[in-house]
Design a protein around this ligand. Structure first.
Ligand code: 13P
Length: 252
């Protein structure tokens, strides 16, 4: 049985005090959702520590939204994987389309970031997904395949056991336009096939999350699909009630 995961990517939102309130709200309402759902929140670096304190005693886990490609040293403005691990993070989002698009993250950089994550016992949530032009040109399968082959294929079998994939079509992020449940299933199944080509049966255990305008009203239908193991949530993760309601979308 694969893990069911609902992860909140807060992006560059909330001030520290607001983040703590949000985390407390998630903790307070968590009991209403099946304990079979694993909740993860990924606040900005600046409030990881305070949010970690707010989550204490709950089963809600903490993740960061990025980490540096290097271990430490003269890299002004960067945050090392060891630093976020020391603050209590168990996960790190890597390769988000916003980072690929606005900060020029390439597979080369991402390979280094993945290595840093594993060296510090963090589980990467590795994001893949095509943009609108690529979807319209029916290149989405090739795009995600390359994003997986260039990075995930470099992992050892042992590392692969600690990996979460998030499929996030760029055209669905923050646009209010979601992939249909069938579109999500089609590409999630394909991603699993690409993973299986390298890692065999272990691909069956890898959680693959859907991200892109996921909200309480559409989560259940998308999560009901066989190869969709949860969601990576942006906007709707900024309201404790909505974030938790998405977790209620698991009927299986
Ligand atoms: P939205 O849920 O706001 O579309 O964002 C999705 C996302 O990018 C999560 O990483």
């Amino acid at each position: 049985m694969r893990k069911k995961i609902v992860a909140g990517n807060w992006k560059m939102n909330t001030l520290p005090a607001e983040g703590v309130e949000l985390a407390k709200g998630v903790v307070a309402g968590r009991g209403e959702v099946c304990s079979c759902v694993n909740f993860i929140v990924c606040p900005p670096f600046t409030h990881l520590s305070e949010v970690a304190a707010a989550l204490k005693g709950s089963d809600i886990e903490l993740g960061a939204q990025n980490c540096a490609a290097e271990a430490k040293g003269a890299y002004t403005g960067e945050v090392a994987a060891s630093m976020i691990a020391a603050l209590g993070c168990k996960y790190v989002i890597l390769g988000h389309s916003e980072r690929r698009q606005y900060y020029g993250e390439t597979s080369e950089t991402l390979n280094k970031k993945m290595a840093q994550a594993y060296e510090n016992s963090l589980t990467p949530i590795y994001c893949v997904g095509e943009n609108l032009a690529e979807r319209e040109a029916e290149k989405h399968f090739d795009v995600v395949k390359a994003q997986i082959e260039e990075v995930v294929y470099n992992l050892t079998a042992e590392q692969f056991k600690n990996l979460v994939i998030a499929y996030e079509p760029v055209w669905a992020i923050g646009t209010g336009k979601t992939a249909t449940a069938d579109q999500a299933q089609e590409i999630h199944a394909y991603i699993r096939k690409v993973l299986a080509a390298k890692f065999g049966a272990a691909a069956e255990e890898c959680p693959i999350l859907y991200g892109g305008s996921c909200k309480p009203s559409n989560a259940a239908e998308i999560f009901a699909k066989q190869d969709v193991d949860g969601g990576l949530i942006g906007g709707a993760a900024l309201k404790a009630e909505d974030f938790l309601a998405i977790g209620k979308g698991f009927a299986k």
